[in-house]
Design a protein around this ligand. Structure first.
Ligand SMILES: NC(=O)c1ccc[n+]([C@@H]2O[C@H](COP(=O)([O-])OP(=O)(O)OC[C@H]3O[C@@H](n4cnc5c(N)ncnc54)[C@H](OP(=O)(O)O)[C@@H]3O)[C@@H](O)[C@H]2O)c1
Length: 245
């Protein structure tokens, strides 16, 4: 992928992996638009990287996704890359206990509905752009779940599956469909302090930029690179190791 002179929308681009990519892409001469729910976080991102354009938007809501698509394609008609990065990870009650369905539903809406619907919305616009791409951020947990995060892992498995189909269906459109598969990376995903033992964010983001520049269509990093390439027997072993309790 050519990593300059693009116009890029990154959902959830004001913090964590999205922001690390937004900064790198911006520094390479791309026009980068980020969106997120928290106005104050968007302002912090803009203060660190003033070249970014920001839009407050909740991609878990269908009406916000449609408004985002309409606004972005009107204000940035050359937008050629959509990065579906926004995601949430809730720590929910064990499935043996009563469930708060709304929390599960929000994970499904944010992690699956949003990237699927935004992809649908943007395809016809992207088809007419130079070097277009849809980039989905899934997870190593798409391949082997941690059972106490059953819904989160299922959303990422669904996103991986959707990405394979999307890539195949768009194979003659010129739109590249790319899947970034992070391992555990040190961000505030799920709340502060829950992801402090993972890969350093800068090292991971640098790796992503290298793989994008190489034209890789699907890649992980460290543990998630092993998971994505694992055999079924490896995955069974991985599942057993990751779910000892
Ligand atoms: N960190 C990891 O270990 C890890 C591992 C595998 C995969 N991932 C995936 O990587 C992606 C980025 O996560 P991260 O680790 O960088 O966590 P993060 O720092 O919490 O970033 C997530 C971003 O998504 C935004 N977001 C969440 N819900 C949104 C919504 N409904 N509408 C718009 N924006 C929303 C958040 O901003 P607001 O709260 O302001 O909306 C935040 O900026 C996610 O898809 C995550 O599942 C992360």
């Amino acid at each position: 992928m050519n990593l300059s002179k693009n116009t890029v929308l990154i959902t959830g681009g004001a913090s964590g992996i999205g922001f690390a990519l937004a900064q790198r892409l911006s520094h390479l001469g791309n026009h980068v638009v980020i969106c997120g729910r928290r106005k104050e976080q968007l302002e912090i991102a803009k203060s660190v990287c003033p070249e970014l354009d920001t839009i407050q938007c909740d991609v878990s809501k269908e009406s916000d996704r449609v408004s985002l698509f309409e606004r972005v394609t009107k204000e940035y008609p050359k937008l050629n890359i959509l990065i579906n990065n926004a995601g949430i990870q809730n720590r929910l009650a064990p499935l043996t206990e009563p469930q708060n369905w709304q929390s599960h539903r929000l994970e499904l809406a944010t992690n699956v509905e949003a990237p699927m619907h935004l992809s649908h919305l943007f395809i016809s616009h992207l088809k007419s752009q130079a070097s277009p791409a849809i980039v989905n951020v899934s997870s190593g947990l798409a391949f082997s779940p941690i059972s106490f995060m059953a819904t989160y892992c299922a959303t990422k498995a669904a996103l991986h599956s959707f990405t394979l189909s999307l890539r195949h269906q768009l194979r003659n459109t010129g739109i590249s469909v790319i899947e970034i598969i992070p391992p555990s990376v040190n961000t505030d995903l799920g709340g502060k302090g829950l992801h402090d033992d993972g890969a350093p964010l800068d090292a991971f983001a640098d790796h992503v930029m290298t793989k994008l520049a190489e034209g890789s269509l699907e890649f992980g990093y460290g543990f998630s690179e092993k998971s994505r390439l694992a055999s079924r027997a490896d995955i069974d072993q991985l599942f057993a190791n990751m779910n000892r309790n």
